[in-house]
Design a protein around this ligand. Structure first.
Ligand code: F1P
Length: 559
């Protein structure tokens, strides 16, 4: 049994908020030490149950539920008229909902089939690229956006993702589904046991996330709702659900949707063995990724040096992996109080390649300029030695383009690195590949061998592997910059109720003082006041987080 699984380990916290014993000293570790700890944490995702009460990814019950949900998706794929599969979430969960809906709609397009996937992200498409944490607290907004997407639909499979089983936005949507069972079948995906779902009252609602999860659990006995909530262990940085929570979300959704597609279009019936086999492929992808621990550590070190020297880190990506770069970069603001210029992502064709519902968003400001063209025009001219650039590409991308862009970057900074994926069927390096490698000071060259019986190609593994590398780079670099204390984020933005509670708890952990005293200190810091006036004390958390949103940095006011 891992230490965190003991009932005595941080008993008041759900798994997703516990601190991981493996990373207690991550703030003092070397780059390779950091990557080693991340490897240990990620391996926990696939750990089998060893006599604890926690349900795990490979457990029979979880696999059975995944199989059932895949069958529901299969039915919709076979009879798409007036039907929809909706994926929804907040922050990273919403970004992955978008990613998955786009990828699987793309697969349908290639087969000339009706598109059945829709996504919802709290805060709309601008939240795909920037931190919009406040809408996460709004259950009505969640419900209304679901209603809008599903107008005139007669059958909807709704998959709500909240890693911490905590977002009121998703709770509102699930509650709505429960009220309209004739149309909606709700599925909840998260990584805490149901009893650890958040039970904090939601202003204006008679339900909490916990009560909704309980109702889903009851209905799941009759297969009228589904709950997928295996534990994957505490995050490497406490509460940073973008890491394991995001990876496990990607794994679960891809396993389910791939099985459904295979059943609907290749006449392979959905079977739990295939689901298990596919999940094992992800386990292997994690192992293959960390076999290049030292290479990852070299990029972490370079990126950390850039941030420490007020430089920037740019991900220049191609295809779907570029989207993972955009996602990784967008998460640094709420997690580490980073500026959008600290870590930025760019995708080859900009919004044309992103293909989001709301179309180009560049008019919203420079942080929404995401194409390689934007990089060339606005970033390259000012690029210097202190900046790090990471090329993210695979054998299926245009290597001429990669080489040309690499050359232009190399004229400005020697700090050019690459993440590259290829398969053994294509193992001979092309001249362009060799030239790209020569330009880069380090290359993570992932060579994927063998076969993938579950999906027939390596794309899902490449993507997960890239996600892990990027999470390691951005997290590691911010650790080296000093944005993490022990394994806690200490420059987080207090922009929603979950983060408000997390900040209060952090003060408690670090000071050993009572909760009420810590909340008072947090409020004093948010309002910049030495004394709390009555109107502040009587305001609710929404009001506090609105003020905190505008604060540049929450100052410490302990005396
Ligand atoms: C949603 C989320 C996270 C983000 C931050 C705030 O969490 O937006 O993606 O990293 O921690 O919350 P969840 O609803 O998936 O638990």
């Amino acid at each position: 049994m891992d230490e965190w699984e003991s009932p005595d380990y941080e008993p008041s916290l759900p798994v997703s908020e516990k601190s991981n014993p493996f990373t207690r000293d991550i703030d003092r570790a070397s780059p390779s030490g950091i990557v080693g700890m991340l490897e240990a944490c990620d391996a926990q995702m696939f750990r089998q149950d060893r006599g604890t009460n926690y349900q795990r990814l490979f457990d029979e019950q979880v696999v059975t539920t995944l199989t059932e949900v895949a069958k529901r998706v299969e039915l919709i794929l076979k009879d798409p008229q007036d039907s929809l599969v909706v994926l929804s979430g907040c922050g990273t969960s919403g970004r992955l909902a978008f990613f998955m809906a786009s990828r699987f709609n793309e697969a349908l397009k290639q087969l000339n089939r009706t598109l059945v996937y829709s996504y919802i992200i709290a805060g709309g498409d601008s939240a795909l690229l920037s931190s919009q944490e406040a809408p996460e607290d709004d259950p009505e907004l969640g419900m209304l956006s679901l209603q809008k997407v599903c107008e005139a639909k007669k059958k909807v499979l709704f998959i709500g993702v909240s890693c911490g089983l905590s977002a009121p936005f998703v709770a509102g949507q699930l509650d709505f589904c429960l009220q309209h069972p004739e149309v909606y079948t709700p599925v909840l995906l998260g990584f805490n046991p149901t009893h650890q779902a958040r039970d904090e009252p939601i202003p204006g609602c008679i339900f909490t996330f916990h009560s909704v999860a309980q109702r889903l659990q009851e209905l799941s006995q009759r297969r009228k709702a589904f709950l997928i909530n295996p534990a994957v262990g505490p995050e490497a940085i406490s509460g940073s659900s973008r890491m394991k929570g995001g990876s496990a979300t990607k794994i679960v959704l891809e396993v389910v949707l791939s099985a459904a597609h295979a059943a609907a279009f290749s006449h392979k019936s959905v079977a739990s063995e295939c689901i298990l086999q596919h999940m094992r492929e992800y386990e292997r992808a994690v192992e293959v990724t960390y076999q290049q621990k030292e290479g990852i550590a070299a990029v972490v070190e370079a990126a950390g040096r850039s941030l420490l020297n007020e430089g920037s880190v740019c991900y220049l990506g191609w295809g779907p992996m570029a989207i993972l770069g955009l996602i990784d970069a967008s998460e640094c603001n709420p997690t580490f109080g980073a500026d959008y210029t600290d870590i930025r992502g760019f995708i080859r064709g900009g919004y044309k390649d992103l293909n989001n519902n709301e179309g180009p968003l560049s008019s919203l400001g420079p942080e929404f300029c995401i194409g390689h063209e934007d990089f060339l025009q606005h970033v390259l001219p000012g690029l210097a030695d202190k900046d790090t650039v990471l090329l993210i590409y695979s054998q299926s991308d245009d290597l001429h383009e990669v080489l040309n862009l690499g050359r232009r970057v190399r004229e400005k900074t020697p700090n050019l690195h690459a993440v590259h994926h290829r398969t053994d069927s294509d193992s001979a390096e092309t001249p362009q590949q060799i030239s790209i490698n020569e330009l880069c000071s380090s290359t993570l060259d992932f060579l994927w061998c063998g076969s993938t019986p579950a999906t027939g190609n390596f794309l899902h593994q490449w993507e997960l592997s890239t996600k892990l590398v990027l999470n390691a780079v951005s997290t590691g670099a911010h650790i080296l910059k000093g944005k993490v204390y022990r394994n806690h984020m200490i420059d987080l933005q207090v922009t929603n109720s979950k983060l408000y509670r997390r900040a209060t708890r952090l003060l408690q952990t670090l000071s050993g003082r009572a909760e009420s005293e810590c909340e008072e200190a947090l409020l004093k810091a948010i309002y910049g006041a030495d004394k709390l006036m009555k109107d502040i004390i009587s305001s609710d958390i929404t009001a506090h987080t609105q003020v905190a949103r505008n604060a540049k940095k929450v100052r410490r006011r302990f005396r």
